[in-house]
Design a protein around this ligand. Structure first.
Ligand code: ZN
Length: 192
């Protein structure tokens, strides 16, 4: 079954599609539940399939409770029966790495208009919390995303209308003036 999951994933390259196919074929998890993309990912990532049982390789992160990897030197790897070839495991995990790095990059890039630009009065960058506010991690200063984006659009439209009305007119008028002078000069030179 582990091999089948890998085969479906290598064919479809989609975690969700792999889960759907397994469910359609009548497979269920050890607890008897339907497969989800999370379950599929965990099984594809699991190294026991290639005969390596990992221990002591994660710890609780400093900030919050997210699990992070320990130093490689601390990992304890013991052998166990292999279900799929190491080559197949590597191929699957290479694809997963690629997909994850691409999606997290795309997310950072496009989710919020002013990400990375909003700064607190203490000069630290402010980050989006619970999708509605930017907040400074240190001083807890907050501003609603809708407020700061509104201010930004107001500022932007001011800039655009200023450029259009005063600057561009002024510049083209002075350019026109210079060309007219040049034209007159050329005309009088020709007449002379
Ligand atoms: Zn601050």
């Amino acid at each position: 079954m582990r091999k089948l999951i890998c085969e479906i994933f290598l064919r479809t390259r989609r975690k969700k599609t792999t889960a759907d196919e397994l469910n359609k074929l009548g497979y269920r998890t050890r607890k008897g539940a339907l497969f989800s993309d999370t379950t599929v990912t965990r099984l594809l990532r699991d190294t026991t399939a290639k005969g390596e049982r990992m221990a002591n390789y994660t710890k609780t992160g400093d900030e919050g409770k997210r699990t992070v990897l320990k130093q490689k030197s601390e990992w304890v790897i013991t052998k166990c029966p292999r279900i799929i070839s190491e080559q197949m495991w590597n191929k699957v995990n290479y694809i997963l790495d690629e997909q994850e790095s691409r999606s997290s990059y795309a997310g950072r890039k496009s989710r919020y208009l002013l990400s990375g630009f909003v700064k607190c009065s203490c000069l630290k960058k402010m980050y989006v919390k619970r999708t509605k506010i930017y907040q400074c991690k240190d001083c807890r200063v907050k501003i609603a995303i809708s407020d700061i984006e509104g201010m930004f659009w107001g500022f932007l439209s001011d800039c655009l209308s200023n450029i259009e009305l005063s600057k561009i007119n002024e510049n083209s008028n002075s350019l026109l003036g210079k060309k007219q002078t040049l034209l007159e000069e050329t005309k009088s030179e020709k007449a002379a």
